[in-house]
Design a protein around this ligand. Structure first.
Ligand code: GLA
Length: 388
């Protein structure tokens, strides 16, 4: 919904008066998948698909939440926020409120209306978008000055401790810290980061987001299982080295130590992690050298590793990426995000974009029965107040 309409809708629900609007962007990860919770390097960027939150302060201790896509209004008591973890809708927002309070801040009562242009359950992190829009709104309305990196961590905490998704820091960090025209090279072990211009347009290229539209059921449990497998692999490896994270190991070190891992499935998972971390470093080197072909080729290798070693792609993402890589004018592509359905990315020559979308959409539908969706990615700024 357009922001002006959204404000009107807010006033219909909560009554006339002043409102403020906060945006949390979705993200894509260009390379470095499933390594944020292994202390690895990731390379995401915020995109213009977003969650918006219209908000207004209340003078009691209530938070009321409404949505353009959920019919009920959720009402919560600020002093009993631990009680809403299992809500059908609204637990991401209340989880952020809860974690901000756990971090030692007091927050004010407020009414909030949410609206998303980012498709749900698509691997573009609609949840981080909601969390960071919520965080921006709560901080501004309550007069809190929270460091943005801390805010990203509080969003992650909300997912880990409140919602029950054991995610890493990447999504909230990208949504909070995004910068127009730039991707973020983030070391998830140290939280050191730097911006890297990611300008495909001036090279006559586009970043295409390809949505498989495959519903992603059971993703939380499959995701948490992968994370546990990595932890088990690390525990075995620590018998022979003092790595804190899997990504502390180079591929060479891993080759020497891998026999310490007792479960062959865990060997595959760890091999993905270690090589993906190296690929991310190599990809940045390509980018710095102006070698987009090299960068795109590493994206393809990343997909293969996620398919064969980490086993999080599934038939739909594989069909989509395979169809994409067969098209003229395509430099590379891969799944993005957690996987198990959701979205993939492709770097495509501008003049081929229309035929690319037509052909990939057709081939993908023939193979899977799903009607895919395609968006041209625009790299956007991170979360904050909307200035219209
Ligand atoms: C999800 C999680 C992230 C990250 C990716 C995979 O998006 O929220 O923390 O682990 O999957 O790279």
């Amino acid at each position: 919904m357009e922001i002006a309409k959204l404000k009107e809708r807010f006033c219909e629900i909560f009554g006339e008066g002043e409102t403020r609007v906060f945006i949390g962007p979705a993200r894509v990860n260009l390379i470095g998948e499933h390594i944020d919770y292994n202390g690895g390097n990731v390379f995401p960027c915020a995109i213009s698909l977003r969650s918006a939150c219209v908000a207004r302060k209340r003078d009691d201790r209530k938070i009321r939440l409404a949505s353009t896509s959920y019919p009920k209004i959720v009402e919560a008591d600020i002093d009993r926020l631990e009680e809403y973890k299992t809500l059908e809708w609204g637990n991401y927002q209340l989880g952020v409120a809860y974690c901000i309070m756990q971090d030692g801040h007091d927050i004010c009562g407020m009414d909030m209306l949410f609206d998303e242009t980012v498709p749900h359950a698509s691997g573009l992190s609609s949840s981080a978008a909601i969390e960071m829009a919520t965080g921006a709104a709560i901080a501004a309305l309550s007069g809190l000055d929270i460091d943005p990196v801390r805010m990203a961590q509080l969003g992650q905490m909300a997912e880990n401790q409140y919602v029950g998704m054991n995610c890493g820091i990447m999504d909230q960090f990208a949504s909070e810290m995004g910068k127009k025209g730039n991707a973020i090279l983030l070391n998830c072990g140290t939280l050191e980061y730097e911006y890297a211009p990611f300008d495909l347009e001036s090279r006559g290229l586009r970043l295409i987001i390809m949505n498989t539209k495959k519903p992603r059921s059971l993703i939380t449990s499959a995701y948490n299982t992968r994370r546990a497998e990595c932890e088990a692999a690390l525990a075995d490896l620590q018998e022979g080295c003092d790595a804190e994270y899997l990504c502390d190991l180079t591929p060479d070190m891993f080759a020497e130590l891998q026999t310490l891992i007792t479960d062959p499935v865990h060997v595959k998972r760890a091999l993905h992690v270690v090589t993906e971390n190296q690929r991310t470093k190599d990809a940045i080197a390509c980018l710095n050298a102006g070698d987009i072909e090299g960068f795109a080729h590493l994206m393809i290798e990343s997909h293969v590793s996620l398919r064969d070693l980490y086993e999080v792609t599934g038939p739909e993402l594989d069909a989509m990426v395979e169809a994409a890589l067969d098209q003229p004018g395509v430099l590379g592509g891969r799944m993005t995000g957690a996987g198990f359905g959701g979205c993939a990315l492709a770097i495509v020559k501008e003049e081929c974009v229309d035929s690319f979308i037509e052909n990939v959409g057709r081939i993908y539908k023939e193979k899977t029965g799903y009607t895919g969706e395609f968006y041209i990615a625009e790299i956007a700024d991170g979360a904050g107040e909307y200035v219209g």
